[in-house]
Write a protein that binds this ligand. Sequence first.
Ligand SMILES: Cc1cc2nc3c(=O)[nH]c(=O)nc-3n(C[C@H](O)[C@H](O)[C@H](O)COP(=O)(O)OP(=O)(O)OC[C@H]3O[C@@H](n4cnc5c(N)ncnc54)[C@H](O)[C@@H]3O)c2cc1C
Length: 172
Amino acid sequence: MDQLVSDLGQIVGPSHVLTGTDMARYSSDWLHQYKWQPRAIIRPATVEQVSEVVKLANRMKIPLVPMGGNTGLAGGTCGEAALVLSLERMAAIREIRRKSKVAIVEAGVILSNLHAAADAEDLLFPLTFGARGSATLGGVAILRSGESYASFPVKQRITRFSSENPVWGRPP
Ligand SMILES: Cc1cc2nc3c(=O)[nH]c(=O)nc-3n(C[C@H](O)[C@H](O)[C@H](O)COP(=O)(O)OP(=O)(O)OC[C@H]3O[C@@H](n4cnc5c(N)ncnc54)[C@H](O)[C@@H]3O)c2cc1C
């Protein structure tokens, strides 16, 4: 087995390192405008695992490309010969603070799941757009997606969210 794949498997578990045909759905964008061949797909579950993967990629000088829902339309997840770091397993909504209207989420939370969780608390997370069933909060925050929808004065709104995004750092 490829030593790199084996080392990555030690960090995230062998079943969460994908290669060969298992990489197909991580190897092109939503519109199939861009196609690429990653070295491997890594699916960490914790911040610590992400940290170890980042250190390994840095040591080996291999590009690392984060991926959320892969719904971006500008080729930002294009990871030719790179390690694609999928945040899909980091999808916990840790806490919704009803009074202060703050949601603490992991980077891989799908936008529509946050909508549902807010609704269950009789709150509204107002930022929305067509890809809400697949786009993640990490991707939304990085790209500042859908911001134009966020200012409607409806119901009680969750006005901020805080994401423990291991790729760009912890919330303040
Ligand atoms: C049908 C459809 C409708 C859409 N409508 C809108 C719209 O109305 N408004 C709008 O703004 N956009 C829209 N988009 C674009 C897209 O859905 C958004 O930009 C979305 O926020 C991307 O999130 P994602 O999780 O899919 O990110 P991805 O596509 O996975 O990634 C996008 C970029 O962010 C980086 N990234 C992803 N996650 C992380 C992370 N955790 N840490 C660091 N970097 C990360 C990736 O490396 C990449 O560069 C639409 C897309 C589709 C397919």
